[in-house]
Structure formats: structure tokens, C-alpha cells
Design a protein around this ligand. Structure first.
Ligand SMILES: Nc1nc2c(ncn2[C@@H]2O[C@H](COP(=O)(O)OP(=O)(O)OP(=O)(O)O)[C@@H](O)[C@H]2O)c(=O)[nH]1
Ligand SMILES: [Mg+2]
Length: 339
């Protein structure tokens, strides 16, 4: 493990330095805001074996293949659409049988030239898309299982609002996890936005009173199978008259994800943010949660960096993600570098 500290005027600049120097696998260990001068100091760590070779010139940050496809639609690695490829993608991502059959049926109705186009056409009819906006009539309460990326997703949306000069009100109810409230307070300090810490329904009702264009409420990790935890969450939701937004990481078992989504939907969740897309290669769970109008897709996260906003989901973005299968060459390169 190698540690290095970087300073710059803004979070965005310092994150670019981290990625240029330490590569995309760097992990942020700490973030500090200097009292004077307004600079941000970030300490990052990277495994020795993953350190990039020192290039003659600092390389530009390289987005994941799916993102680069999105930015350069004309140059997307499009291949002629072939039903066998679609079936291979479905098997790779572990779509439950009925979902896989439905995707094949919908994709076959379109005269698509590429796998991504065929998938996009299927997702357009199968999945709801309801992106989070920088204004919301009701407070948004980010809920979900532990370590799903609730706080980071909320902070990404808040940072985007702040960067666009939109007022945002931040509240955390995470007084359960040690350091839970401090995590959001820390992001709040960087964004120069106060964070209200409340742990009871009455206090939350007071904290959300008065109009605000965007109120974001963080919560502690919630087991969908614990009645006590669900009851606390429902009390908080009612007190704030908030919209619950489910946050779910990629790469979990599709049937487990579907069961969780059904429970959170009963609490009133109608949309979800799919997170940690960069840390998984199988997206069957996300499709299972989103299919058939179960929950609409509200945002996508593929980095832990708060400065990088949630991506707006579209049928084509989702299709490119599913169509980009891991390459054996890339896997071999990674193995070689870390051995
Ligand atoms: N690679 C990657 N890491 C992420 C992403 N989103 C969040 N993380 C990291 O995942 C970890 C958990 O994120 P949090 O936002 O703290 O998760 P949480 O759901 O609030 O966790 P609890 O409050 O403990 O339940 C942190 O280390 C984040 O930096 C993402 O999209 N990609
Ligand atoms: Mg949290």
C-alpha cells in the first residue's frame, strides 16, 4: 500500500491530480479542507502492484469503456447484432429466466444493428427511467441496505446542486453508525452547506419545515428483513413526508435484490439509484429490480468521487453497460500487474 497527499483549490482539481498520479484504483483515505487559503487536501492510497508505470507525461484520466462509448457514440464498439450474442450477455449477467426471455422477445421485435441497440430497444419498453432532478417537491430520503452508497450518492446530488448554484438542504438521520453523521457533515463542510443531524421523527419534521427546492435526507443502513429497522425508517419517512429513494449496489444476487426492492417498494419507493457499477461486471440484479415497472431507474454511480455526479440513466446507457462484456485480455493484464 502506498500513500500520497495532494492539494488543490477545488475538490475536482485535487481528484484529477489523484487519478493522474495514482491511477483509477486509488482509494481516498482522508479529505481535509485547509482553514486558510481554501485549499482541499486529499490523501489517497493505492496497492503497490496497481501503481501505474510512470509515464513521460501525466496521462489523461481514462473513463470506463462504457462511459467512453457513451461520450463517443459514433465510435462505440458496435458489432452486428446477433441473437447468440444477446443470449451470451443475458447468461453472463445472470438474468433470471423469465426476464431473459422477455428481453430476447422485445429485442427481436426491433431491426437493431448492434447488441446495444437491441438491448436499448428492449429496455425502453421494459424499464422506467425517472432521473433525480436538482429540485424536488418533497424531500428525498436515501434508503437502502448497509454500505449501498447512500451517503455518497446523496452527496453527489448535493454537490451537483451546489455547483449549479441551486440551494440544497442536507439532513442526516444516521446517528446509528459510528461516524455516519460525520461523513455527511464532512461533505457538507466541503460544499459549505450546513448539515442538520436528527435522530427522531419529531426533530426530522421540524428540520424539513419551510420550503426548500431540494431537501436530501441520509439514513443509516437498513436491513429489509428487520421489522424494527423498517419501522424506524417508516416513522422518519412519514415525519418528513419524504419520497424514499432506494440505493442499491450492482453485483448482488438478482433474486435477493428483487426481494429487497419489493420490500422497499412497499415502503413507498418508486425509483432507485444503481451504485458501484464500476466495481461489478454483472448487472442482472439491477435489471431485475428495474424490470416491469418494479422500480424506475433514477441514477447511476460508477465512482466513489463526490465530485463526479450521478449519471442520468437512459435505455442506451444501460444497454451499453450490459453489452460491454469483460474482455479476457483486460482481465489477463490486471492479473499480470497485480501478481
Ligand atoms: N467504486 C465505487 N465506490 C463507491 C461508489 N459509491 C460509493 N462508493 C464507496 O462505497 C463505500 C460506501 O459508501 P457510502 O456512501 O458510505 O455507503 P452508505 O450506504 O452510506 O453506507 P452506510 O451508511 O454505512 O450504510 C465508500 O467507501 C464509498 O467511497 C461507486 O459508485 N463506486
Ligand atoms: Mg451512509
Amino acid at each position: 500500500m502506498r500513500l500520497k497527499t495532494f492539494s488543490a483549490k477545488t475538490m475536482k482539481e485535487v481528484m484529477a491530480l489523484v487519478r493522474d498520479t495514482m491511477g483509477p484504483d486509488a482509494i481516498i483515505v482522508s479529505v481535509e479542507q485547509a482553514r486558510k487559503g481554501g485549499s482541499v487536501r486529499v490523501t489517497a492510497a493505492v496497492e503497490q502492484g496497481l501503481l501505474p508505470q510512470r509515464p513521460p507525461k501525466a496521462p489523461r484520466p481514462r473513463p470506463s469503456p462504457a462511459i467512453s462509448d457513451e461520450r463517443r457514440p459514433q465510435r462505440a464498439r458496435s458489432r452486428p447484432f446477433d441473437m447468440a450474442e444477446l443470449k451470451a450477455a443475458i447468461a453472463h449477467h445472470g438474468f433470471p429466466f423469465a426476464l431473459g426471455e422477455r428481453v430476447v422477445e422485445l429485442a427481436a421485435r426491433h431491426d437493431a444493428e448492434t447488441l446495444a441497440e437491441a438491448l436499448a430497444a428492449a429496455f425502453e419498453s421494459l424499464i422506467g427511467f425517472a432521473p433525480l432532478a436538482l429540485e424536488a417537491p418533497r424531500p428525498l430520503m436515501f434508503i437502502g441496505p448497509p454500505v449501498a452508497s447512500k451517503t455518497v450518492s446523496l452527496a453527489k446530488l448535493a454537490a451537483e446542486a451546489v455547483v449549479n448554484g441551486r440551494p440544497v438542504r442536507l439532513i442526516t438521520t444516521d446517528t446509528v453508525k459510528s461516524g455516519g453523521a460525520q461523513q455527511l457533515e464532512h461533505y457538507g463542510t466541503l460544499m459549505e452547506t450546513e448539515v442538520a443531524v436528527v435522530d427522531e421523527a419529531d426533530a426530522l419534521a421540524k428540520a424539513v419545515s419551510g420550503a426548500a427546492p431540494l431537501t436530501l435526507i441520509d439514513t443509516c443502513g437498513l436491513s429489509p428483513f428487520s421489522l424494527d429497522e423498517l419501522e424506524r425508517a417508516v416513522r422518519l419517512l412519514k415525519a418528513a413526508d419524504a419520497e424514499p429513494v432506494l440505493v442499491l449496489p450492482a453485483g448482488i444476487d438478482p433474486l435477493e435484490a428483487a426481494e429487497m426492492a419489493d420490500i422497499f417498494a412497499r415502503m413507498g419507493a418508486r425509483r432507485f439509484v444503481a451504485t458501484r457499477l464500476d466495481g461489478a461486471r454483472r448487472y442482472g440484479s439491477l435489471l431485475t429490480v428495474a424490470r416491469g415497472g418494479r422500480l424506475a431507474l433514477a441514477g447511476m454511480s460508477r465512482s466513489p468521487y463526490v465530485a463526479e455526479p450521478l449519471e442520468t440513466p437512459t435505455p442506451m446507457r444501460l444497454a451499453r453497460l450490459v453489452a460491454t462484456l469483460p474482455s479476457a485480455k483486460a482481465a489477463a493484464r490486471i492479473k499480470e500487474r497485480i501478481s
